[in-house]
Design a protein around this ligand. Structure first.
Ligand code: F6R
Ligand code: MG
Ligand code: MG
Length: 381
């Protein structure tokens, strides 16, 4: 039996500001999804929250890009939005960009990560969910999980992993994708995905048999290619164990926090802090960006879980380090490299401010020497 695991997420209202979700809204979304499970449309459902975003984790047999499944998520978010509006939550319905659902939720605002596979005798999966950052935040950890043997010992030791993994990389400006096989094309991969403002890893496949290993929510960026819509708090599904990286190899990159784009006004660089479900409520300078990891065992499509994978004292040091990094960056205030570079600020509200100054720029007359006035050094000898 082919099983589909779909994670669809949206920000349908913040409580307070953009910091967290409201329990009544979460409950409403959950109830709608649960009703669909009772009707037999879904095998199982689980709800996650991170910051001001809600994710619906669903298992079913309808395949990816399915109208019924996407419609369930859309309906759940619409019903949640009604509650958010009633409570006058901040940005109620902000990620539902249209009034009408038209068969596929991609491009309508919510983020989608889905994969279809044959459930193995034991199928551990990790759903990562981040707030105040973009899908390119997954570039570095995906590289480490699936192609860095210093992180993932299995690449060297496990025969099923030894052939490496293929990364599908999306250019968010053109909407075009390229597949690169590692380790052979590792340096090509890094040449692209090191540019986090332009390239995003969409899928990872195991070269041994072509099995899907990981998928991230990038659809909104690709469908709106050409008019980049900025930061999309992302989700990602990663399969684990028995030929995929072990749970510990998948979590390990997060023990060493790195800098991602997002944070305040989607306009700043900041550390990605791994946190427990409870601590996924960014408040300091609307951040710092944070990520949760929800572990599930699938059992004939049932979602056994979630387990709160970052609720482990072994990640305490990463949290402290992330806060030290946050302090260092905050010292820069509105100056780069805390604030994003000018090209990326084009997709924020800053150009509106700069437009006012457009006509006030004037040429500065500088004394210029003609070419024959310049004394060549050797002539002076
Ligand atoms: C970042 C984010 C927040 C807002 C900020 C300003 O992803 O959601 O940092 O950008 O709080 O929000 P507005 O413009 O709604 O006042
Ligand atoms: Mg918000
Ligand atoms: Mg958010």
């Amino acid at each position: 039996m082919k099983l589909t695991l779909s994670v669809i997420k949206a920000d349908i209202g913040g409580y307070v500001g953009h910091s967290a979700t409201h329990p009544e809204v979460v409950e409403t979304v959950k109830n709608v999804a649960e009703q669909e499970k009772e009707k037999g449309n879904l095998i199982d459902v689980s709800i996650l929250t991170c910051g001001d975003d809600i994710a619906i984790v669903m298992t079913h047999t309808h395949g990816v890009d399915n109208e019924l499944v996407h419609g369930i998520a859309w309906n759940a978010f619409e019903r949640g939005t009604e509650v958010a509006k009633k409570l006058k939550l901040y940005g109620a319905g902000q990620d539902l960009l249209t009034d009408a659902f038209s068969g596929n939720i991609k491009g309508l605002g919510p983020g989608v990560a889905e994969m279809e596979f044959e459930e193995r005798p034991s199928e551990p999966v990790i759903v990562f969910f981040a707030d105040k950052t973009s899908p390119s935040a997954w570039n570095l950890p995906l590289y480490e999980m699936f192609s860095d043997p210093m992180n993932t010992a299995g690449l060297v030791i496990d025969p099923k992993m030894h052939d490496g993994y293929t990364f599908e990389v999306l250019d968010v400006y053109t909407g075009k994708a390229v597949r690169l096989s590692t380790p052979a094309e590792l340096y090509d991969l890094l040449a692209l995905i090191g540019s986090v403002g332009k390239y995003v890893v969409k899928n990872v496949y195991r070269d041994y048999d072509g099995e899907i290993a990981a998928t991230a929510s990038t659809q909104r960026l690709s469908l709106m290619a050409g008019q980049y819509v900025g930061k999309d708090d992302p989700v990602m599904i990663v399969r684990s164990q028995s030929g995929f990286p072990a749970v510990g190899e998948i979590l390990e990159p997060f023990a060493r926090p790195w800098i991602v784009e997002g944070w305040m006004r989607g306009s700043h660089n900041g550390p990605l802090m791994p946190v427990s479900f409870e601590d996924a409520r960014p408040s300091r300078f609307d951040g710092p960006p944070r990520v949760i990891a929800a572990g599930y065992q699938l059992s004939s499509g049932k979602l056994v879980g979630p387990t709160d994978m970052f609720r482990d004292p072994a990640f305490d040091k990463a949290r402290v380090r992330a806060q030290d990094m946050a302090d260092i960056l905050r010292r820069q205030g509105i100056f780069e490299p805390h604030r994003l570079p000018a090209e990326e600020m084009e997709y924020t509200t800053l150009p509106k401010i700069l437009k006012k100054l457009e006509n006030r720029f004037y040429d500065i007359e500088e004394q210029r020497l003609d070419k024959d006035q310049v004394i060549e050094k050797e002539d002076m000898d």
